[in-house]
Structure formats: C-alpha cells, structure tokens
Ligand binder design. Structure first.
Ligand SMILES: Nc1ncnc2c1ncn2[C@@H]1O[C@H](COP(=O)(O)OP(=O)(O)O)[C@@H](O)[C@H]1O
Ligand SMILES: [Mg+2]
Length: 366
C-alpha cells in the first residue's frame, strides 16, 4: 500500500508537480499518508485505502503545509497536513511545539462539538493527530482566508459592492467571535491576565530601546499609559472567557455567511477584549500598506465592532491596553529587517516609522 500512496504525488492545481522542500519532508509525508491509508477505516470510515494527490505544498512562518486530495472510488475531499516547524538548537523548543500542537488538536475537537449546533460558525474536523510526527491532519473547509479576501477585494478604492462584501465578512467575524467567547473555558494554556501585561510589553520595549528603535522617553510613555489604563480596571471583577490567542486575518476562513476558525494552538483563557483588540490591530497593519486606504480599514473595523455588538468595547481600558500591546509586538516584528532585500528593508523601515507614529497618537488621544 505504501507504494500506491507514494506514487500519487501529482498536481491537481496545474501541470507543475508540487515540490517538497526537502527529502526529510518527503519521507514524513510518505509515512503520514501510509499510516492514514493503512487505517483507512479508522480515519476515513472507508474499508479501502485512498489515493492521495498533492495539490500544494507551502511554507508558513511556523509550519509547512501539504494540501491534498483524498480520493476513494465514490468520493473525494481535501485535507490539510500541517507539520509545525521546530527551530533547531533552541532549548525546550520541541516540547513547546509539541504542547501547542496537542492543544490545537484538543481545543479544535472541543470547539467542533460546541459549534455543532451553530449555523454560521465552525472549525475544521480533525482527521488525525500523530504526536510522534508532530502532525495534524484536518479536513478541508470551504472558504477563503479573510486576509486573501481583503487583499483581492479591498485594494485601492474598492467600489461599494466590494466594500460591502468585505464589511459583511468583518461583521460576520464580529458575530462569530461573540459565539466563540460563549464556549465554556477549557483549562488549557497559560491564562492571559492583565496583571502580566506591563511586564510583557516592557520586555519588548526594552529590546526596541536596546537596539535604538525607540527612546527611553517613548518607552516610559507607553508603560505609563498602560499603568493608567490598568488602574481604571482595579477593583472590577475580571471577566474571563475563551481566547483564540491568534485571531489574525489568516486564521479565519470566510464562505458567504460562514466563519471558520483555524489554528487554535494559542488558545487560553483571558479577557474578551484580547481577541477583539488582536483582530482590530491586525486590520491596522494594512494601514501602513500603500495599497489600502485608511478609510477602507476603518470601515472594516467598524463592521467588526457592529457584528460584535458591544459598542463601548473600543473605549474600554482593557481593549486599549491590549491594542497597545499588539502594536508594540508589531513594532518589534517590523524592527527586524536583517534578512530582507534592500528594497524591502526601506519599505519596512518606512512602515516602522508610520506604526510608531500611530502608536504615539493612540497614547496621546486616550
Ligand atoms: N482545514 C483547513 N481547511 C481549509 N484551509 C485550511 C485548513 N487548514 C489550513 N488551511 C489553510 O492553510 C493556512 C494555514 O493554516 P494554519 O492552521 O493557520 O497554519 P499556521 O499555523 O502555519 O498559520 C490557512 O490560512 C488556510 O488558508
Ligand atoms: Mg495560521
């Protein structure tokens, strides 16, 4: 059977056969598909083994993904085989990734049953998890990543039809987040507590300061701002809920009215404003992209807020604190330009300056 599985590395998407990044990856793919085929009944509910055809192999910052078609006599469907990347020579890295991958599987399964009665919100079905290979296999969900949808539709001055489509998608995401937060909290991951926020942010500010990206005064302004915001929440009971933890535009699929949550490996318990601020700030990232108009992004943020339907969240001290936290994270990412080409370096440095000035505006305003 192994040879049958192995032979079918053919392209579905065009004439070009997808290339493996390495022999090691090819061997891992073969082992995984062989295991799936050998226990076809268990993984697919079919007595005969399927044929696998690779559609696409792509590398992401933290994983390699092989998208396949699984073909049986009477039916076929897509699967995603995700191989989280483990950085070599980093102490504790394997254990950390192993823990996150296991959490991604467990949390996805919990949400699968929690969402089973929801019409418009879902997660992919987990077909298999091979902890020894550090691999997750999920069934393909229909939909376009929100990031791609915005990139395809929102550039320049989108016409009202295109803008309405994107606004509707963001509205649905806001609504879906509300549903997500109703999930009784699972005891997984390290709690996201506002009391850890200042040390978290300041660690990153110190790095920026150390490398000359900000000045001491700027660091102190951010820390003072956070202290001021968090003081306002003193004495209030902290409302904790399910937090996605990486509620970014690439981790959400949109298909009409349907919202699919992907990539739940960073799940934890925390305040409702955490994911809300995360998403809001990820839309902000597009403001420093010259292809998008600021007004388009503002429309999308407003639609997201409308879907979430808690009008005052954007003025709340916790939202503002997490928003600033995410901005500082983004600044740190933008400050890392050493591996870029000269052109990209210039562009990213320009983005950095834009971002820093936006951060200062937020701090001054509130
Ligand atoms: N089950 C799935 N159905 C449809 N698309 C998927 C599925 N799993 C992954 N993808 C696609 O692969 C991309 C990366 O998947 P993700 O789980 O977010 O990996 P990473 O941890 O590398 O970000 C997603 O943005 C989506 O386009
Ligand atoms: Mg992802």
């Amino acid at each position: 059977m192994a040879s049958q599985t192995f032979k079918n590395i053919i392209s579905k998407s065009g004439t070009q056969v997808p290339q493996f990044y390495s022999e090691k990856q090819k061997a891992a793919y073969t082992r995984v598909t062989t295991r799936l085929a050998q226990e076809s009944e268990r993984y697919f509910g079919e007595c005969v083994p399927p044929v696998f055809s690779i559609v696409r192999i792509f590398r992401r910052p933290f994983s390699d993904i092989i998208q396949c078609v699984v073909q049986f006599d009477q039916k076929s469907f897509g699967v995603y085989i995700k191989f989280p990347l483990v950085k070599e020579n980093v102490e504790g890295e394997y254990e950390r990734i192993h823990k996150n991958t296991k959490r991604e599987v467990e949390v996805t399964k919990e949400f699968s049953s929690f969402f089973s009665n929801e019409r418009a919100v879902s997660v992919p079905d987990v077909i298999a998890f091979f902890p020894d290979e550090l691999v997750i296999v999920t069934k393909e969900k229909e939909g376009v990543p929100l990031m791609s949808l915005i990139a395809q539709t929102g550039k320049g001055k989108p016409g009202s039809e295109k803008l309405d489509l994107l606004k509707h998608a963001c509205f649905q995401v806001g609504k879906a987040l509300k549903v997500f937060q109703k999930m009784p909290v699972l005891n997984m991951g390290k709690d996201e507590l506002p009391s850890n926020l200042i040390s978290y942010v300041d660690l990153r500010l110190r790095l920026l300061l150390e490398h000359g990206f900000i000045q001491m005064k700027e660091r102190l302004n951010v820390v003072n701002y956070l202290e001021k915001q968090l003081e306002k929440t003193d004495g209030q009971t902290l409302n904790l809920c399910s937090v996605h933890g990486d509620f970014a535009l690439g981790n959400i699929l949109i298909s009409g009215d349907q919202v699919v949550f992907l990539d739940l490996g960073m799940y934890r318990q925390g305040p409702p404003s955490f994911d809300f601020a995360y998403f809001h700030q990820h839309l902000d990232d597009l403001i420093t992209n010259p292809f998008f108009l600021g007004t388009t992004i503002t429309h999308l943020q407003d639609a997201f807020l409308k879907g979430y339907s808690e009008n005052f969240i954007r003025e709340s001290p916790l939202f503002l604190s997490y928003y600033v936290r995410n901005m500082v994270n983004q600044l740190l990412d933008l400050s890392r330009t050493d591996r870029l080409s000269p052109i990209k370096k210039i562009y990213q440095k320009w983005q950095y300056r834009q971002y820093l000035s936006n951060l200062k505006k937020v701090i001054q305003k509130n």
